[in-house]
Write a protein that binds this ligand. Structure first.
Ligand code: AR6
Length: 306
């Protein structure tokens, strides 16, 4: 069985068969975890790295572990955070390419540092979410390859962030999910696969009671990023204390509110005794006709997580 471990410590002391280095493109050493690994592994590591011809962002290369307990070191280069979409792609590639390389070598245990979250400035929670999500996804896609993946956190702050992100992703710890939801809302974090929405009392209650399983929004740039399987945290009002945790089960795109309310979804929108026209009118409290015409509308079908 594959598994995940979140540990607090120094990666150079890890018992894993392989550790991952958050390197730079030269692969010739630097500060942070890279410096610590080169110091602990010794000069021979530097000599081997010189033969590798550097490494592109998101790619991974392997060397021996020399003076480390670990037999191998996988060197990967994280993105320098710029606040653009490719940051996420490159960081994902670091984890996936490292795992692919480990698999090709038959490695059964691997320890990752929090790549890009030091000198390269990637927001820590966002990076933890990307790391965990992609490693868990990769494991699910490689069910016959057993590997233990350790996330080595250098300090309490990183450790708590990983625990929160893990609790949220797996949904196995209600307290962690709550902490995480608040954290995401308070920090206005944009995370892959996760959306935060604020609702008025009535729709919030209707979702909670199960009368409403379709939330309606404009089909604008932000909502175009929503996918089936994503998580939505619905918060009551603007304070970030009460929330509902739901999974997107289907997405329905329409040209207008009228088209949406005239469809089979009507009964799922929590519109109670309203007629179609009244339900349409109620949407113009939030959105203008111009917005409706520009973007169209999206019916987001959800299932509440218990
Ligand atoms: N064990 C585990 N994690 C560590 C250790 C350690 N011994 N030391 C630091 N960390 P960083 P980056 C954590 O800056 O952001 C280098 O100079 C650290 O707390 O090492 O990918 C390279 O040569 C942080 O959470 O890597 C590159 O030029 C995480 O490791 C550049 O920095 C990553 O921080 C790469 O920047």
């Amino acid at each position: 069985m594959s598994g995940i471990k979140i540990v607090l410590g120094d990666i150079t002391k890890s018992d894993c068969e392989c550790i991952v280095n958050a390197a730079n493109k030269s692969l010739l050493g630097g500060g942070g975890v890279d410096g610590a690994i080169h110091r602990a592994a010794g000069r021979e590591l530097y000599n081997e790295c010189k033969t590798l011809g550097g490494c592109e962002t998101g790619e991974a290369k392997i060397t021996k572990g020399y003076n480390l307990k670990a037999r191998y070191i996988i060197h990967t280069v994280g993105p320098v955070y710029q606040g653009i979409e490719t940051d996420t792609d490159f960081l994902r590639n670091c984890y996936i390419n490292s795992l692919e390389l480990a698999k090709a070598k038959g490695i059964r245990s691997i320890s990752f540092p929090a790549i890009s979250t030091g000198a390269y400035g990637f927001p820590k929670m966002k990076a933890a979410f990307i790391a965990l999500n992609n490693v868990l996804g990769w494991m699910a896609e490689n069910p016959v390859y057993n590997i233990t993946v350790e996330f080595c956190c250098f300090g309490e702050e990183d450790y708590n962030i990983y625990l929160k992100a893990y609790g949220m992703i797996t949904g196995d710890n209600q307290e962690l999910v709550e902490d995480f939801a608040k954290f995401v809302a308070e920090n206005d974090l944009e995370l892959e696969g996760l959306t935060v929405m604020h609702l008025a009392d009535e729709p919030f209650e209707n979702i909670r009671s199960g009368q409403k399983t379709v939330e309606i929004r404009l089909y604008d740039e932000k909502r175009k990023k929503i996918n089936v399987g994503d998580t939505i945290f619905f918060f009551r009002g603007q304070d970030n204390t009460e929330f509902i945790y739901a999974i997107v089960t289907a997405l329905h795109h329409f040209d207008s509110f009228k088209a949406l309310f005239s469809s089979h979804l009507f009964d799922k929108t929590g519109s109670g005794n309203m007629t179609v026209d009244e339900a349409v009118k109620s949407m113009y409290k939030y959105y203008s006709i111009e917005q409706e015409q520009k973007y169209g509308v999206l019916g987001i079908e959800i299932e509440k997580a218990e």
